[in-house]
Design a protein around this ligand. Structure first.
Ligand code: KG4
Ligand code: ZN
Length: 329
């Protein structure tokens, strides 16, 4: 089955062609980062307009790269949310128009489920699995019982991990999105500063990062007040050490408690080298899988892979009355 998928939930305009929920024939991604950088974050109105301008080119690019024509496509899939409403509407309208004009079926896919299925491109998901989903807008621990059968175990009580990275980067005067820059600097820095570790003892599956972010703000503010020289990379290393420790320890504890077959790490922050290294060196008795780097952040291939399984289940539901719904859908 050949699926054309569209993703425009935030600031990436992307169209992909995938085959049978596994193979990525093309994945055209256009990032708007340069447009938003000077504002220190994504400006929703500008994002929607930029999606409109580039949408058709991305359809053409994806089909050209995959060497397919409209006749080869069996299904259209599009991110239906969560995301910026204006941005989502551009993708949904484009995908719906394409489907209608070419008499093709269309399905809406949850963006977070897309992130989870990015791992299916280079691995096989095994159930039950535990997913640590860490992105710019979400931080969740999920129990995946089967394809599209997902239970939310815990979430963040305040900032998402990616958001905390971006805010800490802003405090340190780094460009947006700061996550990858903080990650890079953390590797050359020294863990020099003691920052609070937000374990939330009575809420083992939940997270909280706003206190940690405020602690970095206070630390930097106080050092500047005292005219103390400090290295940005040391602050990054100290922050990253705490974040990765808390994420890994909570994930490990949940994996043991639920006795899962596999741990899946998903979302933009799954590209973090410090997190990847700590996960595989700590969680040695479970299989830990990540998406390839190019599939960690937002792109349409993950939507096409998730759509394949979602469609399969929907077909079964229609035919046999089987229920296979997800609490995230
Ligand atoms: O999944 P994603 O592309 O978009 C959302 O759905 O939110 O994630 C983007 C987030 C941003 O906050 C970005 O700073 C963060 O992922 N990110 C990273 C890294 N690469 C991307 N954070 C830490 N380390 C990285 N290497
Ligand atoms: Zn995302």
């Amino acid at each position: 089955m050949i699926i054309l998928s569209v993703e425009t939930s935030c600031d990436e305009t992307s169209v992909a062609i995938t085959k049978d929920g596994k193979e990525v024939l093309s994945n055209a991604v256009l990032s708007q980062i340069k447009t938003h950088e000077r504002f220190g974050g994504v400006v929703p109105e500008i994002a929607s307009r930029a999606h409109i301008e580039m949408m058709l080119y991305m359809f053409e690019q994806a089909m050209k790269d995959a060497n397919v024509t409209v006749k080869d496509i069996d299904l259209v899939a599009v991110t239906q949310g969560p995301g910026l409403i204006g941005s989502l509407l551009v993708g949904i309208n484009a995908a719906a128009t394409f489907a209608y004009a070419n008499d093709l079926p269309i399905i809406g896919v949850n963006h977070l489920i897309g992130h989870i299925y990015a791992s299916q491109i280079n691995h096989e998901m095994r159930f039950p699995s535990l997913c640590l989903l860490v992105s710019g807008g979400h931080t969740e621990l999920l129990l995946i019982k089967d394809h599209m059968d997902i239970e939310i175990l815990g979430t963040t009580l305040d900032d998402a991990v990616g958001e905390a990275y971006d805010k800490v980067g802003r405090i340190l005067g780094l460009n947006y999105p700061a996550g990858p820059i903080v990650d890079k600097l953390a590797h050359i820095g020294e863990i020099k500063y003691k920052l609070p570790k937000p374990y939330l003892k009575n809420e083992p599956f939940n997270f909280s990062f706003s206190g940690l972010k405020s602690a970095v703000l206070n630390l930097v503010h106080n050092m500047k007040q005292r005219n103390e020289t400090f290295k940005v990379e040391d602050v990054c290393a100290s922050f990253q050490d705490v974040v990765t420790e808390v994420l890994v320890e909570k994930t490990y504890a949940a994996a043991k408690e639920l006795n899962v077959k596999q741990v899946i790490v998903a979302g933009g922050v799954s590209a973090n080298k410090g997190l990847r290294h700590r996960l595989v060196s700590t969680i040695t008795d479970f299989e830990v899988i990540f998406p390839e780097f190019q599939y960690c952040t937002d792109q349409a291939a993950m939507i096409g892979i998730a759509a394949y399984y979602q469609n399969k289940i929907q077909q079964a539901e229609n035919k046999y009355g089987i229920k296979g719904t997800s609490s995230l859908a």
